[in-house]
Design a protein. Structure first.
Length: 152
């Protein structure tokens, strides 16, 4: 999205919402739009958190495989190389003084939990606790009276 002041976004957002239903109050439409943007940002955060957990699990598996390699190198008689691998990489911090579980925990405590609490606050304050209000309005506006084989 281009960097534009909020006042430049407001007319476009309310016009788009009013195109779906002309009776919608522009302020309500802007609120739905704002909550939708916030929700999209929060969903991106969830994906970013998933990538962080993926990193954590990949690094854990990496360390386990390196441990197996140390054992196999010893078994093959490559003791110096096995000792060097064991002391250089096995169990090494991912960043100074931290393993990946500590990075994940710090992220959750510092950012994710705060954002999740704010997401609940926004939803409860502005959407009566409902999720995906913008999408629900879009679904209602776009549903056709065509085939109903996608309904239960």
């Amino acid at each position: 999205m281009p960097d534009r002041p909020a006042h430049d976004l407001a007319p476009n957002a309310s016009t788009a919402a009013r195109d779906v239903d002309p009776s919608v109050d522009p302020n309500e439409a802007l609120t739905v739009e704002a909550v939708g943007r916030f929700t999209e940002g929060f969903e991106r955060l969830i994906r970013a958190r998933g990538a962080l957990y993926e990193f954590h699990q990949q690094m854990g598996r990496c360390d386990a495989l390196l441990g197996e390699a140390v054992d196999l190198l010893h078994a093959a008689g490559h003791h110096d190389l096995a000792r060097d691998l064991d002391t250089t990489l096995l169990g090494r911090n991912a960043i100074p003084d931290q393993w990946t579980f500590e990075i994940v925990e710090a992220f959750d405590e510092t950012y994710y939990e705060v954002a999740a609490a704010f997401e609940r606050r926004v939803r409860e304050t502005l959407s009566d606790g409902r999720r995906h209000v913008n999408e629900a309005q879009m679904k209602a506006a776009r549903r056709s009276s065509g085939p109903d084989d996608d309904r239960s």
